[in-house]
Design a protein around this ligand. Structure first.
Ligand SMILES: C[S@@+](CC[C@H](N)C(=O)[O-])C[C@H]1O[C@@H](n2cnc3c(N)ncnc32)[C@H](O)[C@@H]1O
Length: 246
């Protein structure tokens, strides 16, 4: 692990600026690296998350949409309109190319901690592999709660910090030894895939993330751990007004 990557997590470091530049730089090989690193599983997780929350006719926002794969999975799951937001323009350009003329998906620059959307304006807020990258996670969850209508649904896919267990050493080896080497080879980027395991170490376990969702006012309805617990899927709901949060 590099010291300079660790320093991004110190008080006062501008991690958001690093993340924005880094994703802009790796955008040409981002999708390929995802497929290789997950042994082709990642699109299945996005489809699963989309199917868990999207109902026909829904308006959806995909925060940190990147190259748009979760947004497109939401369209396939029946959404009427999907808005994909990201703060790295080159990632969005790829999303737009992928969506082609699919007029039901729109991609725009936006920050997940300050969504350019009115209160209670969407049925679903979803995000894949973004929340770990956000220094002010609670601000992003507050924004999700603000733009969702009461009864709206949330889906988050993320690489959680792993609880101790017999799988942990294998996952650690994958993320700290294999992923950075593959990442350098495929993306040509020096630090992006070294940042990845460091960001996982600084992130939350599925249990801790569940607690943060509840703190933001969500009712957590499902937590699934996928691919030997290296990926977590959280499904939650914004309560209807005047109902108790569990
Ligand atoms: C690991 S990529 C995930 C992309 C996509 N969701 C996927 O499933 O492949 C993380 C994305 O989140 C974006 N991102 C990180 N922080 C953000 C923020 N505060 N606001 C908007 N986008 C953000 C990055 O630019 C990057 O495109």
């Amino acid at each position: 692990m590099s010291d300079s990557t660790d320093r991004l997590f110190e008080e006062g470091a501008d991690r958001a600026a690093y993340v924005q530049t880094m994703f802009s730089e790796i955008s040409p090989r981002y999708d390929l690296m995802n497929r290789v690193m997950t042994l082709g599983q990642d699109q299945g997780w996005r489809r699963r998350a989309a199917r868990a929350v999207v109902q026909p006719g829904d308006v959806v926002v995909d925060a940190g949409t990147g190259t748009g794969d979760l947004a497109l999975a939401c369209l396939d799951a029946g959404a009427t309109r999907v808005v994909g937001l990201d703060f790295a323009r080159p990632m969005l350009l790829r999303a737009r190319t992928k969506a082609g003329e699919a007029g039901r998906a729109g991609f725009a620059l936006g920050d997940a901690t300050r969504l350019p959307l009115p209160d209670a304006s969407v049925d679903v807020w979803c995000s894949a592999f973004m929340v770990r990258n956000i220094p002010d996670l609670d601000a992003a969850l507050r924004e999700a709660a603000r733009v969702l209508r009461p009864g709206g649904r949330l889906a988050v896919l993320e690489i959680p910090r792993m609880e101790r267990g017999f799988l942990q050493p294998f996952a650690r080896m994958h993320f700290t030894k294999i992923v950075p080497r593959l990442g350098r080879l495929i993306s040509g980027h020096g630090s992006a895939y070294t940042y990845l395991p460091v960001s996982v170490d600084h992130f939350l376990t599925p249990r801790e993330f569940t607690a943060r969702l509840r703190l933001a006012g969500f009712e957590v309805t499902e937590v699934r751990q996928l691919m030997f617990r290296t990926v977590a899927m959280h499904i939650a709901r914004k309560p209807l007004e005047d109902t108790e949060v569990r």
